[in-house]
Design a binder for this molecule. Structure first.
Ligand SMILES: [Zn+2]
Length: 327
């Protein structure tokens, strides 16, 4: 059975595929799209999204509800930190597949990559999210209100399918609201950080446990064991290095992004604004490091602040809760 993108129970493995900026999205689905589905292909429109799918209609509706919820949460979350977001110009498209094989074939045809090990990804080239329809989607239909009933029914589990939808929506919204720019290279901590900190809004949709708890636990373990990657290297990483568990990199990206949100808010906005001004194309570690230093200053000082943040977090209960910033 395919790994359903679960690491440490909650870490959603995903993939942001980069490439030159392709179609802006919003093009009406066509026979070309329909050919990717094993079953009858349908279109479903919500206020801000278009789902092209071969799922049952109630499954597609449940996903659409979550996406609209995520849409509202995304703007609210990042505006707390002073980011000025714009509305997407066109409906944001999702390809939702009933069968894993159809998903893998679509990925191969459109991305020229074997992504059969994934169950979802956002492509900045096509500006689409492609997912295999989560199986537990029926539980989501109650939305934020229905979640209380689910939780009281003993649902102290992490619904990874729900987190995946929110995570990929976070990537797509970042690249369509002016936070990130398609075609520009971003370091992993920035691209994944946005989606990882945003995942916790799934806890507001179905309030069971906070999805970040296991990630927080792993982050502090890595810190205590001296296994965190030095910031001087971490800030230029654009992919998971071989030999390091993906969950560990995600834990550090999640914590580091939250640290910057809480402690270096203006610098973080400055950094994202600068990267947004760049033209498409690859850049080297030299450039990524220089750009980081120009916004955040000397790395030694930042490393000290980061360590202090983790020390405090280890003894502070509300640590890294993604609380709104005060400035
Ligand atoms: Zn991701």
């Amino acid at each position: 059975m395919r790994v359903y993108t679960v690491i440490l129970l909650i870490c959603v493995v995903c993939c942001v595929l980069r490439g030159g900026e392709g179609p802006a999205g919003g093009s009406s689905s066509s026979g070309i799209d329909a050919a990717h589905f094993a079953g009858l292909c349908s279109n479903m429109e919500t206020d801000h999204f278009r789902l092209i799918h071969d799922l049952r209609s109630e499954q597609a509706e449940a996903i659409g509800q979550v996406l609209e919820f995520a849409y509202g949460q995304f703007g609210a979350y990042f505006s707390r930190y002073g980011f000025e977001l714009k509305h997407p110009e066109l409906p944001l498209e999702w390809m939702c597949f009933r069968r894993e094989g159809s998903f893998a074939d679509y990925a191969l045809a459109t991305e020229r990559m074997d992504l059969s090990w994934l169950s979802g990804y956002y492509s900045s080239r096509t500006n689409r999210v492609a997912v295999v329809g989560p199986r537990r989607v029926g539980r989501w239909r109650g939305g934020p209100e229905g979640g209380a009933e689910f939780a009281s029914a003993g649902g102290e589990v992490v619904d990874v399918g729900l987190v995946k939808i929110v995570h990929e929506a976070g990537h797509q919204l970042a690249f369509n609201t002016g936070l990130q720019k398609r075609g520009v290279m971003y370091p992993m901590w920035a691209t994944e950080g946005v989606a990882l900190v945003f995942e916790d809004c799934a806890s507001d949709y179905l309030p069971t446990v906070r999805y970040s708890e296991a990630r927080k636990k792993r982050l502090l373990e890595l810190y205590r064991e001296g296994l965190l990657i030095r910031l001087d290297d971490f800030v230029t990483m654009v992919r998971v290095p071989s030999g390091i568990p993906e969950a560990d990199i995600y834990a550090q990206a999640w914590g580091f992004f939250l640290f910057l949100c809480e402690n270096r808010t203006a610098d973080l906005r400055d950094y994202f604004d600068y990267l947004y001004s760049l033209k498409s194309g690859a850049r080297t570690a030299y450039h990524l490091r220089r750009e980081f230093f120009e916004s955040f200053g000397e790395i030694g000082e930042l490393e000290r602040e980061w360590s202090f943040f983790l020390e405090l977090s280890a003894v502070s209960k509300p640590f890294l809760a993604g609380a709104p910033n005060r400035n």
